[in-house]
Design a protein around this ligand. Structure first.
Ligand SMILES: Cc1cc2nc3c(=O)[nH]c(=O)nc-3n(C[C@H](O)[C@H](O)[C@H](O)COP(=O)(O)O)c2cc1C
Ligand SMILES: CC(C)CC(=O)C(=O)O
Length: 405
């Protein structure tokens, strides 16, 4: 007689979360979400406040985030009619490799805190949908585990430069050995951005048990059941850390990094190198001179320097300055497929999204991320058809104009 195996906590998860089954509440709610904003509302209900605010929030007075979003509202499309849009093609190339759409899943830290399915869930959706996914240095799934769990699809690795350069070199080496296609060096985080919501909420990594978090547990049981029934958070790169996000950045990140470090990385990484967080034309020129194959015009979703330049507004200038030597991507404030179309029309080869898929993840794990991706792609296709453009590759600045700010 074989001994009866005791169920593991993780196997009990579906029973403890009745909404998560195939016919469950979560699926019906996700199906009813008709925009990323609807997913955001679901995410807000499911996640504890500190986790939702970490994701949703930005630096200082959040002016940079608000402006990044408002810039998309200033874009007016100029549709052409009678253009045969019976079939619309969103496909393009990113770094010379085919992509189903000009869209990339941006690197985000602590993704398993939003939902324990975390990075592998996002990477699976990206692979299934034919889009690249960037694992963050601050990810909560290791470089090797992600590659093993999601071997298909395009995996990029995002690097923060540690004070400990040997540790950074080790990360680059591990990404290379695990078959990551591209390296994304983020350059807008020399010191922690002032995240006021995190400070007010007393957010720590991992979330600690305090009177406040226990009270939150009662109000958001699904999230806590999830957290308690999976393995502890693991880091893509850190061994162990406990403290606030600001403490972590201050302790680990290297504020003394210079263009010499870019030169070092260029020589250490044989594949495509993307520099993320470029915010001026001068820096775009400098990093492309330094060997970047692509740049992301980004203010980190408004999470670092408040009052930073608005990515969509500087995008055309940057694309004009370096677009013939490097691919130019943009991110910050993109919440719809129509935003993606606006970004491409204004000169981006691709747009990155962060919060858009994280809202889906918080709302319903992998299925929520899939819903976010589906919404973005459907909206982009509809926008293109209504613009009278059958192929996204034919989209240009002649299809948009900017309303006065
Ligand atoms: C919760 C969260 C965590 C993030 N973590 C990282 C990170 O670890 N590395 C990085 O380069 N960017 C990080 N970012 C910035 C994103 O890569 C991206 O630039 C930003 O989310 C784009 O703005 P959007 O969220 O409005 O789409 C993070 C963003 C969010 C919302
Ligand atoms: C540790 C962080 C700075 C992660 C990040 O990039 C973010 O929260 O925006």
């Amino acid at each position: 007689m074989t001994a009866r195996r005791r169920p593991r906590w993780s196997e009990l998860r579906p029973l403890l979360q009745p909404g998560a089954g195939p016919l469950g509440l979560t699926d019906r709610r996700l199906a009813r979400a008709s925009s990323v904003e609807d997913l955001r509302a679901l995410a807000r209900r499911r996640a504890p406040r500190a986790v939702f605010d970490y994701t949703d929030g930005a630096a200082g007075r959040e002016l940079a985030l608000r402006r990044s979003r408002q810039a998309y509202a200033r874009v007016e499309f100029l549709p052409r009619v009678l253009q045969d849009v019976s079939s619309v093609d969103l496909s393009t190339t990113i770094l010379g490799t085919p992509s189903s759409a000009p869209l990339v899943f941006a690197p985000t830290g602590f993704t398993r805190m939003m939902h324990t399915e975390g990075e592998p869930a996002v990477a699976r959706v990206a692979a299934r949908t034919g889009l690249p996914y960037a694992l963050s240095t601050m990810g909560t799934t290791s470089i090797e585990r992600l590659a093993a769990e999601v071997p298909k699809g395009r995996r990029w690795f995002q690097l923060y430069l540690w004070r400990d350069r040997a540790a950074s070199r080790d990360l680059v080496e591990r990404a290379r050995e695990s078959g990551y296609e591209a390296l994304v060096l983020t350059v807008d985080t020399p010191v922690p951005g002032p995240r006021l919501r995190d400070a007010r909420n007393g957010l720590t990594i991992p979330p600690s048990l305090t009177a406040r978090t226990v009270a939150e547990a009662v109000r958001h049981p699904a999230w806590w059941v999830d957290l308690l029934t999976t393995e502890p958070l693991e880091f893509a790169s850190l061994h162990r850390f406990e403290g606030t996000v600001a403490e972590l950045v201050a302790r680990m990140f290297d504020p003394s990094a210079t263009m010499d470090d870019l030169a070092w990385l260029r020589s250490a990484w044989p594949g495509p190198l993307i520099v993320k967080g470029v915010q001026t034309v001068a820096d775009a020129r400098a990093v492309v001179d330094g060997g970047a194959d692509a740049i992301v015009v980004s203010n980190h979703g408004g999470r670092q320097l408040d009052r930073a330049p608005t990515p969509l507004e500087i995008l055309p200038e940057v694309a004009d300055a370096v677009g013939d030597r490097a691919e130019v991507y943009v991110d910050g404030g993109i919440l719809s497929g129509s935003d993606v179309v606006a970004a491409v029309a204004l000169g981006a080869r691709a747009a990155l999204v962060g919060r858009a898929y994280l809202y889906g993840l918080m709302a319903g794990g992998e299925r929520g991320v899939q819903r976010a991706a589906d919404l973005l792609l459907q909206e982009a296709a509809t926008t293109l058809a209504l613009l009278g453009v059958a192929r996204i590759e034919d989209l240009g600045r002649n299809h948009v104009r900017l309303r006065p700010g």
